[in-house]
Design a protein around this ligand. Sequence first.
Ligand code: MN
Length: 231
Amino acid sequence: MSGPATVIPLPQSVLLPVDGLSERFPVRRVYCVGRNYADHAIEMGHDPSREPPFFFQKNADNLLPPGREFPYPPLSSDVHFEVECVVALKSGGQDIAIENTLDCVYGYAVGVDFTRRDLQAEAKKLGRPWEVAKAFEYSAPVSAIVPASLLGHPAAGRIWLELNGKRLQDGDLNQMIWKVPEIIAELSKLFILAPGDVIMTGTPAGVGAVRRGDHINCGIDGVAQLSINVA
Ligand code: MN
């Protein structure tokens, strides 16, 4: 493949492994859903019956492929884990009808939305954007993607996270306020979705802080597992 000459080297595409295949999944954008499980919204001090979920973004190159250590980020002393179901799109569009949304899904993975909670709290207080809290380097470890052609489209299943062997998050995909079809339909009202887009669908209750040397094991039963060392 050859394109026009570039004045600096082309940035590398972010490629995620796909379960059972040598071909990789190229990432375009990373969308995230905030407060998509009622019990987590409540633990963060919000009322899910009055405040619907919402979106924010990370950068594609914030994704950390499986098998690599999560380097504890600078300028924070309160980095929290949030285990999430990750949806990878093979097609997209604008104003996608809800009955067509699952046709856009290539597959699913489990991931962690690491958050510099102290910087997020400051941003919330000052009415500032969340990027410094959410879109930092390596802030989204993710497992290999499991194709929906093998898996189907899981609407239920235990989603859990263990820190140093202790289970701290234990929810079910069926607790999502916005289900995956609604998330895709809502996002496609705001953005033009495209192949390679990845969506982190929010976290159940039980989030907490990590320290250097910690070990995380997390998963979605019947979908994927991921283990992460905090370096
Ligand atoms: Mn999250």
